[in-house]
Design a protein around this ligand. Sequence first.
Ligand code: NAI
Length: 335
Amino acid sequence: MAHRITLIPGDGIGPEVAEATRTVLDASGVEIEWIEKEAGGDHIHKYGTPLPEGTLASIRETKVALKGPITTPVGSGFPSVNVTIRKELDLYANYRPAKVLPGVPTRYERVDTIIIRENTEGLYSGLEHLVVPGVVESQRIITEHGSQRILRFAFELARKQGRKKVTAVHKANILKLSDGLFLEVARAIARDYPDIEFEDAIVDATAMRLVMDPTQFDVLVMENLFGDILSDLSSGLIGGLGMAPSANIGEKYSVFEAVHGSAPDIAGKGLANPTALILSGVLMLHHIGEGEAAARIEKAVERTLSDPANRTGDLGGSAGTKDYVNALLENLKAG
Ligand code: NAI
């Protein structure tokens, strides 16, 4: 029976990379019934909101979605569609692996880290108000429950994937109450996993250590904003945002999307690197029990990128999105 998956192409480069991903996943032989749904600023005139109820309802029904990036306008207006989806569906764990693929030109030959970002709390609570003109207050929410479930998720994942170390990243030296709570929970949960090495690290020093020598890290777990920033940094270690996949996981639903945004500077030009969303699709295939096809696609991506002629502009090449996808389809067929 075909897997039913909600597909949200998004905006900017979203439709281009979503189409590329759908083509590659379909070519892998996995039977997928795609339920295409809209979201993003382009749809406000039609629905009065960038996130139509039908889109959320579809994810609630299919339980799994593949999502292209969606622009979040700066300033006032509607809340971010991305943040709303994560909160509405309680997708509390954002899983962001950063692995150098053979053949991709990068500063380091070997990077293989996973950032686990808490996805529903922190400064993304959306609780902001004007205290008096010229003074604004934003609330950063850290709860014991939220910290426990994200830390347990990180340790369970480390154990399942045979990883050696978990680093809890924080700023408890300054944010003594909020990050103090996160750190206290981290230390308590680490005691349940004596087989996994545990360390805690301050976020600013972690940024420096990641740039100097990323091989000293394995699984890193942190609150929302720190995870947002350090995962973009990590994507810079593996070839850039065009290479970084992610998964938003909750108890009931999962949404797979690239780390990158809608890239308005290159949208509509056929220049986007679709690898990040294709690899997010690979994570999705693992999640729905199609590991064999996932491994075949991953191998074909590696083979495709090892030829400089197939690389897009962000990787120093001159291939367009379609050239890359065509080469990838050939490699997938060749097996
Ligand atoms: P961005 O990730 O869209 O772009 C940053 C830079 O990376 C740009 O130069 C862009 O051309 C390049 N880039 C990104 N993805 C690429 C790809 N696949 N291939 C080649 N080059 C790529 O970040 P930016 O400009 O800060 O955000 C643009 C919009 O996207 C904003 O409205 C932001 O809020 C939104 N956004 C949405 C996300 C989502 O839907 N999950 C995540 C991050 C940002």
